[in-house]
Design a protein around this ligand. Structure first.
Ligand code: TPP
Length: 538
């Protein structure tokens, strides 16, 4: 008879989860010992980094990724990455050790209530009732994690379970594509056929459902204006396309105004809508017909207005393309090409991103976390290939760097670039070490402005005032920190140094950190200024 440990490794092999991201402790050692040669263990020096790299890897490969954390000690540390996976619909099978069942009742050292802790941000949190159920629980977690909307699951495993006897387990076929209701889509077809000026609002679920090409074909067929969802975690439409109209603002009233010219708005793969600043208003102006197609029943239920259809985005876009009549009357006022920003000193984020856009390969992948420079990044980076852009989904800093490293591991044939603030990089700084150790040639561009510019911007935006503690972060030497983790690093202080430094990084096949001294940001809040009538908090 096999053991739980042997059956589990066979199961992980059969499910294709042979890369394990983790940070070990005593309660995991009975599982990790003598790991079979087919497996690769990626060590994160902190669980935010370990689970965050797994998140990047899962999004890059589109496949469930196995994470092994340490009891409650590290499930808590990894929770923000699990939360990111929840909002990004990223399939993670997260496991953590539990104390030995035989004395759990006595609350020993490292006893774990991790399943209660993580529950709001996972699709399923479970501790098997019997040791012999461990492999089947992992299999069940895997099928659920991969089911749209994909997401994390969590299984807590008592450390004595691994040595118990266990029956072999057969992997099962579980389908993953949920077809949208054709009757509901036909209502949308009629609305689009009757529409004079439709708009598409596109969101990250397009990428989850591999619907990039179907979306572009649909937009061109309809000649519809295409807007990106507010604060997009992924870009899903070519940035230079004639129909691309930019992003929607994350506040109710200004967003409705952006869409005011349209008689039909179809939201494809996004919330209706993701707001940030509370500026009350209507969802869309009266008379505009609003439709949502989403792979998430939760998003369908929480939409503020309109009709929702649940199902696969690629299928839905393909159906609409086939059934709606083509339209000619596009307003072809595509975004005019902006004038390149000047190379001033200090370097502006706008200049930095305009140079990066010129220098980087067209198939580069961006994993970003630069709060106050988001607007400039959005303006100047013109990626036009699927899987090119990832960003923090729900405001929890610590996403960017480990996601970049995980994405780089998933895409050895592409270069991953991580533009990141000097504040943001501190939340998961240890991922620098994992990039070096795993030889993942990620290019980290730190925007060093020595403060929390985005928070200062928010202070101005909402009239909180500037008399707030904890806004400055002086005295951090990012080059030395990176070098301390074994990474090549250099400082760029003058505009003329920027392009050579970037070119050298792309020419090298090693990971590298470039610390760029930039002008302080915070002039706008998520693309909004006082004209949107922001809330006041004083
Ligand atoms: C985990 C976490 N802690 C704190 C915050 C609040 N916060 C939002 S933006 C920001 C500043 C980040 O600084 P930096 O990366 O230097 O970017 P900058 O604001 O200077 O553009 C902070 C602290 C957060 N969103 N997440």
């Amino acid at each position: 008879m096999s053991t739980v440990r042997e059956v589990t490794y066979q199961l992980l092999r059969d499910l294709g989860m042979t890369v394990i991201f983790g940070n070990p402790g005593s309660t995991e050692l009975p599982f990790l010992r003598d790991m079979p040669a087919a497996f690769r263990y990626i060590l994160g020096l902190h669980e935010r980094s370990a689970a965050g790299m797994a998140l990047g890897y899962a999004m890059g490969t589109g496949k469930a990724t196995f994470v092994n954390l340490h009891s409650i000690a590290s499930a808590g540390n990894g929770l923000s990455a699990i939360e990111d996976a929840w909002y990004l619909h990223a399939p993670l099978v997260v496991t953590a050790g539990q104390q030995d069942r035989r004395h759990l009742l006595a609350e020993p050292f490292l006893a774990s209530r991790a399943i209660e802790t993580v529950r709001p941000y996972v699709k399923w949190a479970y501790e098997p009732v019997r040791a012999a159920d461990v492999p089947a629980a992992i299999a069940r977690g895997y099928y659920l994690a991969m089911q749209p909307p994909m997401g994390p699951v969590f299984i807590s495993i008592p450390m004595d379970d691994w040595i118990h006897e266990c029956e072999p387990l057969q992997v099962r076929a579980v389908t993953r594509t949920v077809l949208p209701d054709p009757t509901a889509l036909d209502d949308l077809v009629r609305a689009l056929d009757a529409s004079r000026h439709p708009a598409l609002v596109v969101g990250s679920q397009i990428e989850e459902d591999a619907g990039w090409h179907e979306l572009v074909a649909l937009a061109e067929h309809l000649n519809a204006d295409v807007y990106e969802e507010p604060i997009p975690p992924r870009w899903v439409f070519p940035r230079n396309h004639r129909l691309f109209r930019g992003g929607l603002l994350p506040a109710q009233q200004p967003l409705a105004e952006q869409l005011a010219a349209h008689d039909v708005v179809v939201v494809l793969g996004a919330h209706v809508f993701r707001y940030y600043a509370h500026v009350p208003g209507v969802t869309v102006k009266p008379g505009t017909k609003l439709f949502q197609i989403t792979n998430s029943p939760l998003d369908a239920a929480s939409a503020l207005a309109g009709s929702s259809v649940v199902g696969n985005l690629a299928t839905a876009a393909g159906y609409l393309h086939t059934h709606v009549k083509a339209k000619q009357n596009a307003d072809d006022s595509a975004l005019t090409a902006p004038i390149s920003p000047p190379p001033g000193n200090p370097i502006t984020p706008a200049y930095l991103f305009s140079v990066l856009n010129r220098v980087m390969p067209r198939n580069a992948v961006i994993a970003e976390e630069c709060p106050s420079a988001k607007g400039d990044l959005d303006r100047w980076l013109t990626t036009d290939q699927p899987g090119s852009f990832y960003s923090v989904p729900n405001g929890v800093l610590g996403f960017g760097l480990p996601a970049a490293v995980g994405l780089q591991m998933a895409h050895p044939e592409r270069r991953v670039v991580c533009p990141i603030g000097d504040g943001s990089i501190q939340y998961s700084i240890q991922a620098l070490w994992s990039a070096v150790q795993s030889q993942a040639p990620v290019i980290v561009i730190v925007l060093q402005n020595f403060d929390y510019s985005a928070l200062k911007g928010f202070c101005d935006f909402t009239e909180v005032g500037r008399n707030v503690p904890g806004m400055e972060i002086p005295g951090i030497d990012m080059v030395q920190i990176a070098q301390g983790y074994g990474m090549n690093a250099q400082a760029v202080d003058r505009a003329e140094e920027l392009e050579p430094a970037l070119r050298a990084a792309f020419d090298s096949d090693k990971p590298r950190l470039i610390n760029v001294s930039v002008a302080k940001g915070g002039q706008k809040c998520m693309g909004m200024d006082q004209s949107v009538n922001p809330p006041r908090y004083r």
